[in-house]
Design a protein around this ligand. Structure first.
Ligand SMILES: Nc1ncnc2c1ncn2[C@@H]1O[C@H](COP(=O)(O)OP(=O)(O)O)[C@@H](O)[C@H]1O
Ligand SMILES: [Mg+2]
Length: 241
């Protein structure tokens, strides 16, 4: 059904965390989900190796720029969602993947370094639009936001995005211990044990609101899209990138 790619050429931006939150919420809602772990560091796959078997879920690891397009094409017909987790570096995988995506999500933290990694992705999307006529829906998701305060750097990032007319998801992903623990314990958010000092309910509410935002975007994009993805001209994409 829908291919959603997480991209930011900087590591630590919150891609894998945002991808994992979305995936586990989609599975909770009984969707069939395939993750393409395109990061050679394999953080998502490592999480999955430690996790209990999840129904309706599969993960593809060790993909490369020449193989990823075929993998996406095959998997999108078999699953409700294909989620691509890209590496935090400049990589040929970025150009190979964004053109096949229904939506590209760019997690951006409220630091300037991070905004630069996001800007590289946003530049590529603009370039593809201009040079190849490929308009790929995309949004920034503000990540690791302190739920208690709005920092000055976060406000600066928001202002910059607004000036550039870049869509930002309504729900930011908060900085929460529970989101780190999903990786430490290799569990979905909703399966974390209760622990002192952190609020699972708030973390689940945040993940759920964010998932609602993404589902609404995908639904809007699907109905508005003029040319089906399968008809996108991949040669044009490759030559432009
Ligand atoms: N919302 C968050 N709350 C708490 N920790 C986070 C959050 N997002 C990311 N992290 C932590 O920051 C580090 C980098 O995040 P990650 O999602 O792996 O980024 P990326 O995939 O962009 O490299 C990890 O240790 C992760 O646990
Ligand atoms: Mg990652």
């Amino acid at each position: 059904m829908a291919v959603i790619t997480f991209a930011n050429t900087k590591g630590g931006a919150g891609k894998t965390t945002a991808a994992l939150l979305l995936v586990t919420e989609l599975l909770h809602r009984k969707y069939r989900v395939c993750v393409i772990d395109a990061d050679p560091q394999r953080w998502f796959s490592r999480w999955y190796q430690g996790a209990r078997l999840l129904p309706n879920f599969t993960i593809e690891t060790y993909v490369s720029a020449p193989t990823i397009q075929k993998t996406i094409h095959e998997r999108r017909s078999q699953f409700d969602f294909v989620i691509v987790d890209l590496p935090g570096i400049q990589s040929p995988l970025l150009a190979a993947t964004v053109g096949l995506s229904d939506h590209v999500l760019v997690p951006i933290q409220g630091s300037s370094m991070d905004a630069q990694g996001g800007a590289q992705v946003l530049d590529l999307l603009r370039y593809l639009d201009r040079k190849a006529g490929l308009s790929i829906p995309h949004s920034v998701v503000l990540s690791r936001v302190n739920p208690m305060i709005t920092t000055r750097s976060m406000q600066a990032v928001k202002r910059l995005l607004c000036e550039q007319q870049i869509h930002v998801l309504d729900t930011p992903i908060a900085e929460r211990a529970a989101f780190r623990e999903m990786f430490d314990l290799s569990r979905p958010l909703r399966d974390l044990p209760e622990a002192q000092g952190r609020n699972i309910d708030k973390a689940v509410a945040n993940a759920s609101d964010y998932t609602n935002d993404v589902l609404a975007l995908v639904a809007a994009g699907t109905s508005a899209r003029s040319a089906p993805l399968a008809e996108r001209n991949l040669n044009r994409l490759e030559s432009a990138a």
